[in-house]
Design a protein around this ligand. Structure first.
Ligand SMILES: [Zn+2]
Length: 225
């Protein structure tokens, strides 16, 4: 593992609004608790009490008394990515001559569907063809984690990861494939447990060259399908 670095450049804080210049130790390379304090938890507590009352529950009965605060802490964690710029994980790279595909498969994640505020979860596969910059493999998982902790749709999540990597790594090609199960499809509405949603975003040579795209897709799926 390379030594940790802290971004000091243009990008950090661009997504973080009021938290923009608190670039200190609490934002070190920990996935959890990054900037959860930026979430207005008392407001969530009030809102959850309202929801409980609205569905006909008594928010003050013993079993529910701590629930609003618990939900508030959970949302602060699940949405911490709103106050974090995943680009910070991509500032430390190695200059390498390596010019073959780098692929990390099965990076697990969970995120929240912005239409129902229900989780969708699965795995991301990321491949890139370096353009001189090679990054620590764990950083790719950090980027997935950072991007996933926001309310969103899977399509945008896939594109966001691909664009971030394309911009920061100046890679010749980036391929991102995300496979996820959406609980808003499995526990409500159409109720189709087991259905898998697959999205992909191809950049650079993986978009323009069929042979490169085939190569990366074979690396992702080759021995499984
Ligand atoms: Zn949904």
């Amino acid at each position: 593992m390379p030594p940790k670095t802290r971004s000091t450049d243009r990008t950090h804080g661009s997504l973080s609004g009021e938290n923009g210049d608190s670039d200190g130790a609490p934002q070190a390379d920990t996935a959890d608790g990054v900037t959860e304090s930026s979430v207005d938890q008392p407001r969530i507590v009030r809102a959850v009490r309202e929801i409980l009352a609205a569905v006909g529950e008594d928010p003050d009965r013993e079993g529910l008394r701590e629930t609003p605060a618990r939900v508030a802490r959970m949302y602060a964690e699940l949405f911490s990515g709103l106050h974090d710029d995943p680009r910070r994980h991509l500032q430390k790279f190695f200059s390498e001559k390596y010019d073959e595909i780098v692929l990390v498969r099965d990076i697990s994640f969970n995120s929240m569907c912005e239409h129902h505020l229900l989780p969708f979860l699965g795995v991301a596969h990321i491949g890139y063809l370096p353009g001189g910059k090679v990054i620590g493999l764990s950083k790719l998982a950090r980027v997935v984690e950072g991007v996933s902790r926001r309310p969103q749709v899977q399509e945008r999540m896939t594109e966001t990861i691909a664009d971030l990597l394309t911009e920061e790594l100046e890679a010749k090609g980036v391929a991102v494939v995300v496979e996820a199960t959406h609980t808003c499809m499995t526990i409500r509405g159409i109720r189709r447990p087991g259905s898998l949603c697959v999205t992909s975003a191809m950049r650079g040579v993986f978009r323009s060259h069929l042979s490169s795209r085939s190569e990366v897709m074979t690396l992702i799926y080759g021995d499984r399908r």
